[in-house]
Design a protein around this ligand. Structure first.
Ligand code: 16G
Ligand code: MG
Length: 543
């Protein structure tokens, strides 16, 4: 019962579009992501792979998310979620790539069967796939293609319709842990809201939130979901005053347009619409609500941004203090994970002031997540605002079961347990990260200005460089150095030496055909100058 005929027949309805110049589709850091017109056949074939993966993992549920995050609304993407809510295991990315690039219908069926044989997958056992999509209009068509592959392979499937990416990750983990001692929560969207709302109340411990928080939802799926979540917060327990803006999901063309976390981070300014009130505590989600950036506009000094590095250092500092108060400093290993894009000032602050170890990994959530799992408490954030804090099951057990010696210890332990529920353990989550920040600011009675004052960011600049072939650029040392082309790194080193407190690196983008150059230095003009210099080096070597 190899589903051959069903796959062949269904596949005809969802053909793959050959790419220009014989290029291949590639399962990258964000799954398959491109213009939605190219994705119908891709979604169908990803369905086949998700079914195989579920069968390989003893019928556990696999997730598929349809979203292109912060990209324009004409794009879309297809991404697989593993049973614990993690990203697809890296080994399987090439199987996805192989299936999606199968040249013909017969070729597709053949690769599907080869994978099943090579990976010793029993095609007779049950399989389950659950999925959701963001607000992009193309989502319907892609879901239809995906579901058709699941029907063809006799796979049980559940359509959760509109979801944020982190909500789907939650649901995958909740589905697979249901009824076990490690149950992650009720298997429903409501279960997600209830879990977060309850943990939020417990983590707040009666503290007051100061003023209104304005949340820019990038006109994406985060808008309706945040509105929904807010209904679950008991008003008599927490005074959380939220003003939701850019929550128009009826006009697809405004998705991520001049708003959202990616806009704020890359343009280093507040969204022009609606005008950000001076002094208002504000944050922006991205189009699928897995990134968040905080900011405010100061009436005198202008725009201030609190990005992923800031959230990471804030969380590490607060959790470090709680662990200390709980009397567990020697028992619980806390680590912070960053990428080369983390501002050097944040790395210094965490290592020197907080005295916590920092590990640098290549760009891409899966790398950070993996390293963070090695700690009792692993804090990971990319500068772009994607990140979370992972608590090991042992650490959570410890917090739940340790007998407190004092009221202060009891408080700290209870807050740690609440944070374990509040913080999405599967992936970065804008709603959950926002609640975490609000909890910490309330506990510390801090404004965003107090938060900014903890250290000063080094001025930095990111430049995108068009090159003939980005694959010429290979990196080492967590992307901080180029191993090829030969000679390029020496030239970068020489350029960096000319500036004070400077650092610069170049890497090939994983999502576009270009290289990115990052530079930071003691002053803004030096950071700009260094970035331009290094960009010219890359241009020259990339010809
Ligand atoms: C993807 C990654 C993100 C990373 C970005 C870098 C995931 C889920 N997403 O969006 O973490 O920051 O790529 O893009 O891993 P770049 O390679 O084009 O610089
Ligand atoms: Mg996103």
């Amino acid at each position: 019962m190899a589903h051959n005929d069903q796959i062949a027949e269904a596949s005809l309805k969802h053909p793959i579009v050959p790419l220009d110049k014989g290029q291949l589709y590639k399962y990258g850091t964000a799954g398959f992501r491109m213009n939605a017109d190219l994705l119908e056949g891709v979604a169908f074939r990803v369905g086949l792979l998700a079914a195989l993966r579920s069968r390989k993992l003893n019928s556990q549920a696999i997730g598929v998310m349809i979203t292109a995050s912060h990209n324009p609304s004409v794009d879309n993407g297809v991404k697989i979620v593993d049973p614990m809510g993690d990203m697809l295991e890296q080994d399987w990315e090439r199987f996805a790539t192989a299936l999606v690039n199968a040249p013909s219908n017969e070729g597709l069926v053949e690769i599907y069967n080869c994978l099943a044989t090579d990976l010793k997958i029993d095609l007779k056992i049950p399989a389950k796939v659950i999925y959701g999509r963001d607000t992009r209009p193309s989502g319907h068509k892609l879901i239809t293609a995906l579901a058709s592959a699941l029907d063809a392979t006799n796979t049980e499937h559940v359509d959760y319709k509109l979801l944020t990416t982190p909500q789907l990750h939650y649901l995958v983990r909740a589905t697979n842990s249901e009824g076990t001692p490690l149950s992650y929560g009720k298997v429903s969207e409501v279960g997600y809201y209830e879990k977060l709302a309850s943990a939020f109340v417990r983590a707040m411990k009666g503290k007051k939130i100061d003023g209104t928080l304005t949340v820019d939802c990038a006109n994406g799926v985060g808008g309706p979901k945040l509105h929904e979540f807010l209904k679950y917060i008991p008003k008599d327990k927490v005074n959380f005053d939220v003003k939701v803006v850019n929550d128009d999901v009826l006009r697809p063309e405004v998705l991520n347009l001049d708003c959202g976390a990616d806009f704020v981070k890359t343009k280093q300014r507040a969204p022009p619409n609606p005008k950000t009130q001076a002094g208002a505590r504000s944050c922006s989600y991205d189009g699928d609500a897995d990134r968040i950036i905080y900011y405010w506009v100061d009436p005198e000094t202008g725009f201030f941004m609190l990005d992923g590095d800031r959230i990471s250092s804030l969380a590490a500092s607060f959790i470090g203090d709680l662990v200390e108060s709980a009397g567990l400093r020697d028992d619980i290993r806390i680590g912070v994970v960053q990428t080369a894009y983390a501002n050097g000032a944040s790395t210094n602050y965490i290592t020197q002031h907080l005295k916590l170890p920092v590990t640098c990994t290549p760009t891409g959530v899966k790398h950070l997540h993996h390293v963070a799992q090695g700690f009792d408490i692993g804090v990971y954030f990319e500068a772009n605002g994607h990140g979370t804090v992972l608590f090991s099951p042992d650490a959570l057990d410890y917090f739940r079961n340790k007998a407190p010696q004092s009221p202060a210890q009891k408080d700290a332990l209870e807050t740690l347990v609440a944070l374990g529920d509040l913080i999405n353990q599967t992936v970065g989550d804008a709603i959950s990260d926002m609640l975490l920040v609000e909890v910490i600011l309330a506990h510390k009675s801090w404004t965003l200005r107090d938060w900014v004052m903890t250290y000063s960011d080094l001025p930095n600049r990111l430049v995108r460089v068009e090159v003939g072939n980005k694959d010429l650029f290979q990196t080492t040392d967590a992307e901080r150095r180029l191993s090829s082309p030969e000679g390029a790194q020496d030239e970068i080193d020489n350029a960096v030496k000319k500036y004070k407190d400077a650092r610069s690196f170049a890497r090939a983008s994983g999502t576009e055909n270009a290289c990115r150059v990052y530079a930071e230095a003691a002053t803004r003009s030096e950071a700009n100058e260094l970035a331009e210099r290094v960009a010219r080096i890359i241009e020259r070597y990339g010809q």
